[in-house]
Design a binder for this molecule. Sequence first.
Ligand code: PMT
Length: 222
Amino acid sequence: PPVGDLGGLTVLITAGGTREPIDPVRYISNRSSGKMGYSLAGAAFNRGARVILITTPTSLEPPPGVDVVRVETALEMHDAVMNRYAEADVVIKAAAVADYRPRLKAEQKIKKEGDTLTLELEKNPDILFDLGINKMEGVTLVGFAAETENLIENAREKVRKKNLDLLVANDVTLPGAGFGTDTNIAKLIYPDGSIVSLPLMDKPALANRILDEVIAIRSNHS
Ligand code: PMT
């Protein structure tokens, strides 16, 4: 493995959009491509970290050298993250997790019958919140926030509520930011409410910038 400033640390990263099954052939998902999470995994590995990448299905090749755990649903991602949490020094939650899942998964493919069809949804666990309330001494917890309005207020509330060390907020309505793109535009939001606005960057460059912040946060704490 490469030698670098993350040597000796285990970094757990989540990536991609969860898939919430409706029936054997259909699911509810979102536009996450996994690029942000895979960029973080590659960058952390190149800087010497041991990397655990918990990922939903994407069209991307996981970076070599990374320990890959494959999941589909939010519940599976929740279990996988909780299983590996004790190993992690740093957790970065770039995945887009469904807030709701269909309450029932139909056993058979749903037939085309009525003119309307109602799906009942039930709430998924908030993985990041559960990580925050169980946060161990020395663990650095980084969340993402995908917002379409009131970016700063919503993000400041998430940092506090989820007990995060850093929140990377992207306004997914801006061109070049958010889901599917090769670039992103982010604001770094700290627990004290301070904000650093970053310019448009390639996702790998943003990944390295986030890892620089992680190192700075950890050296301030020690
Ligand atoms: O994958 P790409 O195409 O590269 O796109 C990147 C991205 C836009 C998906 C990424 O940059 C991003 O913003 N990821 C978070 C998307 C999201 O779900 O945001 P949110 O505001 O709904 O959730 C906030 C945080 O809570 C996230 O860290 C999320 O992982 C976490 N969460 C949310 C819901 C839930 N049930 N459990 C969670 O852990």
